[in-house]
Design a protein around this ligand. Structure first.
Ligand code: G6D
Length: 356
């Protein structure tokens, strides 16, 4: 594995870029800002190595954007209603960084804004980068001091990215970590993701209200059904999606079989042959089809970020579970427990013309 590290200032912040290139010439670049996946360069079935991760070209936008490009999300992925939750009869009010009672992706002290310390090491044919973080008791109003680390594992002989989330707390709290990478498998964003195929092995999804808050768990309708895999653009113009604040897919799906050994989601682009299979210990996935584009320039992309130019596959506990009356896991972490969740993105070429 070839490992390259560079640093530069983004504004006043010194930020590191750490790249890993394996024997297949599969290259993953991480950034210490938000412990983020900054770029992934992957070959197509024709052998062209191109970027499949959408990231802002402008440093100040990458620093400030609330589109969370590639970033680790915490303490709580998704939205928290009424800027509060109650644990064992104690109500915690969460501080926001904007004037609304809907907390998105962790509130004022969100993890996506942290510039993380990290360490890199290799063992056998694997390489690791560990981003370590600490969130003090009461940060943004969340209870408990959180010691956490995000470990990315790369493989010299496989085009996979494994994310391990580990954390402990000093008080019973809510914790729901994910990664917010924007995928587009066409290669340097030649096409939108509407022609990509998506598979989600989930018979249930969570309906959203017009504040984008989860309101109820429902069986999938035709538009929301990806159990057999289908083209993302097939049903995305359904009024159910477009005549709603979501303006596309932005929903949690609950996997039928919550099993890390099962590929519970998969994204593929027939024209390039690229595919990413998703394995996770989490019970659900939020799929966001970039319905709120930022119209800013992106790395390796000729034009600016436009609607449906990428898609996020955010494995997590169901958003706002602590406030929703349901049987699903509410992402509560207690003292003495170890938060350990994993998500593996396994990249491959279908109609393999190159690696035979
Ligand atoms: C929008 O509703 C979506 C979120 O799901 C997404 O994470 C964010 O944009 C980047 O708020």
């Amino acid at each position: 594995m070839k490992i390259e590290i560079s640093k530069r200032y983004m504004g006043e912040q010194l930020v590191s870029f750490i790249s890993f290139t394996n024997r297949n010439d599969f290259k993953v670049t991480f950034c210490s800002l938000g412990a983020s996946i900054y770029a992934i360069y992957m070959k197509s079935k024709y052998g062209y190595r191109e970027n499949i991760i959408m990231t802002p070209k402008e440093d100040e936008f990458f620093l400030s954007s609330e589109a969370y490009y590639g970033k680790i999300i915490g303490r709580t992925s998704g939205r928290i209603s009424d800027a509060s939750f109650t644990i064992d009869g104690v109500k915690y009010n969460i501080e926001n960084n904007k004037d609304t009672d809907v907390i998105l992706h962790g509130g004022k002290d969100k993890f996506s804004n942290i510039i993380f310390d990290y360490e890199v090491y290799e063992e056998d044919n694997k390489s690791y980068i560990i981003f370590k973080g600490y969130s003090k008791d009461g940060a943004s109003g969340y209870p408990g001091a959180i010691d956490f680390k995000i470990t990315y594992t790369l493989y010299d002989d496989m085009d996979d990215v494994l994310i391990d989330y580990h954390a402990t707390t000093t008080k019973k709290t809510v914790l729901n970590l994910t990664n917010h990478a924007y995928f587009n498998l066409s290669g340097d964003f030649k096409r939108s993701i509407l022609e990509h195929n998506l598979l989600i092995k989930a018979s249930r999804f969570i309906e959203l209200d017009n504040k984008m808050l989860p309101i109820c768990i429902r069986n999938v309708t035709e538009t929301m059904d990806f159990r057999e895999g289908k083209r993302i653009g097939l049903d995305i113009n359904d009024p159910y999606l477009q005549n709603h604040a979501a303006e596309g897919y932005d929903h949690p799906w609950i996997f039928d079989d919550q099993n890390y050994e099962i590929c519970n989601a998969s994204l593929s682009d027939p024209l390039s042959g690229r595919q990413v299979d998703v394995y996770t210990t989490y019970p659900s996935i939020v799929v966001y089809s970039n319905n709120y584009p930022t119209f800013r320039p992106m790395i390796d992309k000729e034009n600016v970020d436009k609607k449906n130019d990428a898609i996020c596959l955010e494995c997590q506990f169901i958003p706002n579970g602590i406030n929703v009356d349901c049987d699903e896991d509410k992402a509560i972490l207690d003292v003495g427990e170890v938060y350990h969740q994993m998500t593996r993105y396994s990249f491959k070429i279908k109609e393999n013309k190159f690696y035979e």
